[in-house]
Each structure stands twice: as C-alpha cells, then as structure tokens.
Design a protein around this ligand. Structure first.
Ligand code: NAD
Length: 460
C-alpha cells in the first residue's frame, strides 16, 4: 500500500538521490516464506559470559537449524557437548549469553564480544542476548547486571537498525530452559523482521514439543475477530498457513469480504458485531461446534479520533467498547462455556499509541493501554496457569493498512520512518508474532506485550 513518492524514493535512482541528500533509505527486510528450509540458516557466532547458564539450551536448538556455528572460547568451554564450529567472515546472527552475570562490571565481556564482532553482522542480521529475569536474582548487584542487558540490547538495536538488522533480549526464568526453543527460533527467523529492541520473557510451563515447525498449528482452531481485512485478514492467513482452522468474525457490513477470506482459507465465517449482547454466546457456540478454540485473537478495533475537548461521548464509549470491553466479555464467555481449550492462547492487539499516548486519541490510547493491563493481570491468573493457557499482546506501530493509508501523505511518509528500521511494517509482521504466541511450543511465553514497530522512537 505504498504511495508513488515512496516508490520513487525506494527505486535505485531514488536511493542515490536520497543518499546524496543524507536521508536514510530503508533496507528491504527479509521476510519468511513457506519454502524456507528451516528457521535459521547462515553463519552464527555464539558468545558467553562467565557462568553462562543457557549455552546448552541454545546449542540444542541451533543444532536443529541450518546454522554454521562459531563459538567464542568462553562459550566453547561452557558447552557440555563438543560442537563443530566454523569461523566465518560475516555473520547472520550474533548470540550472547549473559545469564551468568552477577555484577555490572562483568558486562565488559559482552562489550568485548560486540565490539569485536558487530561490524561482521550482515544486513537483516540478528542480535540475540540471553539473560535471566532481573527480579528473580539473588542479589541487587545481579539484578542490576541482568537489567543492564536490556539497555545494551535496545541500544544495539538502534545501532544496527539502518541495516535492517534487529536485536532482542530473551530472559529465561530458572527451570524454564527447555522453553527457550520457540522464542529463540522466532527472533532468529525472518518472521521477526519488524520487531526490534524487545524483551521476550520465558517462564516455566509444561511445553508441548512442536513436531513440524512448518505447520506448528496443525489441528488447532483459531478465532480471529475483525478478520475480513487489514491486519485481521493477515492473521487469519498466517494462522491458516501454519495449519490452523480459522473462525473469522466481522460485522455484517463486511460480510462479503469476510466470506472471501474464509473461503480462501477454508475457514468459518461468523457475522457478529462483537459489542452486541448476543455476540459472546454466538461466537462460543461456533467455536464449540468447531472443536473448541486453541487460539483467540482479539483483533477487531477502531479509531474515532478527536481531541478530548471535541470528542463526543459516543466516540469515546464505542472505541472503549470495541477495542477493550467486548474482548473481555468474549474471553469470559469462552472460559465459562468451555469454548477455550486447555493449553490455549489468548492474544490481545494493543498499539504503540497505547504505550506512548497520542494527541487526538485519548479514547484509542486508553483502550489499547487497557489491553496491556488486562494481559498483565490475566497472565498471573492461577486458574489459567493450571490450564496452561497463555495471555499475551502485540503492540503494532506503523503498519501499512487501510487505517494508516488514510493518514495525509507527508504525515504518513514521516510517520513510517520514526523507528530504527526507518520504514512501516506489514500486516504479516503482526500476524507472525501472533502465530508465535499461538504455537504450542510457546506455553512458556505469557504476560508479554511485544511491540511490532521496528523499534519506534516513541513510547516506553
Ligand atoms: P481495519 O480497520 O483495517 O480492520 C479492523 C477490522 O475490525 C475490520 O474488518 C472491521 O470491520 C472489524 N471491526 C470493527 N468493529 C467491529 C465490531 N464491532 N465487531 C466485529 N468486527 C469489527 O484495521 P487494522 O489496521 O487492520 O487494525 C487491526 C487491529 O490492529 C486494530 O485493533 C487496530 O487498533 C490495531 N492496530 C493497527 C495499527 C495500524 O497501523 N494499522 C497500529 C496499531 C494497532
């Protein structure tokens, strides 16, 4: 949905002119396609600080990839099994295990690793830092050292973003090492192309192994609200690509669009306004008939922008109801009626504006911040934990959809560049993150709000 000026800028002539003017020209991001052999291929350099605890868990995963591995001396010393290593001139990924740091000054080892190797990172490359949740540390010094990894990874993300490369931190709780799998795969793969500067928290949970990483959702039922267009249609498509049967919901005005998307994906359309009083029961009944939901994606959302002095009560209330309250009523009904299966996933769609706020969007930002609060609270529920149900959210930034195409041209051109990757994301980038949350191997991933924003310059 790019416009003509944007296409001109991204042409080879345009790039030369913009380069000469000193304007950042975005690097085209590598995205996943289903024919790819595995989650990661290319040369990967793995380093570790003193007492690193995630070396074996990481190597176990990488042996399953097409990575040609190189290990730093410290890392090789900490690996329990001998690993064949090949030193490369350039790397597709740099992975560093800082989980053993108990003092801020020990981070000198991370500095040395990145100082020596960051120039060897390829365009669209990946940086992954591994650590422990700082609040679980035994001493304040260790908590500080682990939290320091977050500042390091977010800053590295800003240094490599102009090359289309990303950096993330994964924190793994003690005892959750076996759950690292899906998060490591996701951040190393092209599926995370538009995610950068994020922290993904992995916790203990009974994890189901994924037999086929190309069809991790085979046999699963996924509910997607607002599935007829934009991000919702991309979510439906991506979940179906991964093997799920999609139950798509949209309003009656979108009936024919929804029917087209669902017939293409062999999905089941349900016409409902999610705010209507009978919608929760209608959706629950359709899901029970289909075999019960394994993945629930609350994607339907609207904007009704006005500064607060000019905003009507109607604009305020309908935005809060569609974006927040309706999703809660549906979740309650799915839980109480048994329409949500054990081991399932509830996924909210928040927004960067819910994190950073936005002029003229008090209603929208309040609703989207509410989504994060709901996810944080629900992820702590003992009842859901006992049923191995995870609750997470995505917070998209500037995504190229009908919603953002309606923004005036120059504001739009400016807006899509306000992030480390200097470009807007695609609906599929949001969808890939949702598929990652929905993967049965991601039962250790709960209570996360992952921003899909190319590391937006705004927001916390
Ligand atoms: P969109 O307007 O293209 O699609 C939203 C869909 O939700 C539509 O099909 C619409 O008919 C449906 N919907 C709206 N109200 C409904 C209701 N009451 N009942 C059932 N369905 C309803 O929007 P999009 O850009 O694809 O956004 C999808 C989600 O992503 C929204 O929650 C939005 O807030 C969020 N988001 C989008 C962006 C972006 O850049 N596009 C950024 C951040 C967050």
């Amino acid at each position: 949905m790019s416009d003509k000026i944007e296409n001109l800028i991204n042409s080879s002539v345009g790039k030369k002119i913009m380069g000469a003017l000193g304007v950042t020209v975005p690097t085209e991001l590598l995205r996943y396609h289903a024919q790819q052999p595995n989650f990661f291929s290319g040369a990967l350099l793995f380093g570790a600080g003193n007492n690193a605890q995630l070396v074996d868990a990481t190597l176990r995963n990488l042996q399953d990839s097409d990575a040609s591995l190189a290990l730093t001396t410290e890392c090789a010393a900490q690996a329990s099994a001998a690993v064949e290593t090949t030193v490369a001139e350039r790397y597709q990924a740099l992975v560093f295990d800082g989980s053993g740091f108990t003092d801020g000054l020990q981070l000198i080892q991370a500095y040395r690793f990145f100082n020596a190797n960051i120039r060897k990172l390829r365009p669209s490359g990946r940086i992954v830092i591994l650590g422990r949740p700082h609040m679980n540390c035994a001493t304040p010094e260790a908590a500080a050292a682990q939290r320091a990894l977050e500042g390091l990874s977010r800053s590295l993300a800003k240094e490599v973003g102009s090359k289309g490369a990303t950096a993330q931190l994964i924190t793994v709780a003690e005892g959750a090492e076996a759950n690292l799998d899906s998060s490591l795969r996701f951040v190393l793969s092209p599926k995370s192309a538009y995610i950068s500067g994020q922290v993904i928290k992995v916790r203990s949970a009974a994890v189901n192994k994924t037999a086929d990483w190309h069809k991790p959702l085979a046999g699963k039922i996924a509910l997607v609200t607002g599935a007829s267009r934009g991000i919702g249609a991309a979510i439906a498509e991506t979940l179906a690509r991964d093997g799920a049967t999609v139950v798509g919901v949209d309003v009656v005005q979108m009936e024919s669009e929804l029917a087209k998307v669902m017939s293409r994906l062999n999905g089941l359309p349900v016409i409902a306004d999610i705010t209507s009083s009978d919608a929760p029961a209608k959706i629950a009944a359709a899901l029970i008939k289909a075999g019960g939901a394994d993945i629930v994606v609350h994607n339907a959302g609207v904007t009704r922008d006005k500064t607060i002095a000019n905003m009507s009560e109607q604009f305020w209330q309908m935005t809060l109801d569609i974006n927040l309250a309706a999703a809660q009523r549906i979740t309650n009904e799915l839980l109480s009626s048994g329409a949500l299966n054990d081991g399932g996933s509830i996924i909210g769609v928040s927004s960067m504006n819910g994190i950073g706020g936005q002029r003229g969007q008090t209603n929208y930002a309040a609703s989207k911040a509410g989504v994060i609060g709901y996810v944080d609270f629900m992820a702590k529920s003992d009842e859901l934990a006992a049923r191995n149900i995870t609750v997470n959210a995505v917070a998209p930034g500037f995504i190229e959809t009908a919603m953002t195409a309606a923004i005036p041209l120059f504001t739009r051109m400016f807006g899509r560049r306000l992030n480390s990757l200097s470009q807007g994301g695609l609906p599929v980038d949001v969808a890939e993150t949702i598929a990652f949350f929905g993967n049965p191997a991601s039962r250790g991933v709960s209570g996360n709000t992952v921003r899909v924003c190319g590391q937006s310059w705004f927001g916390a």
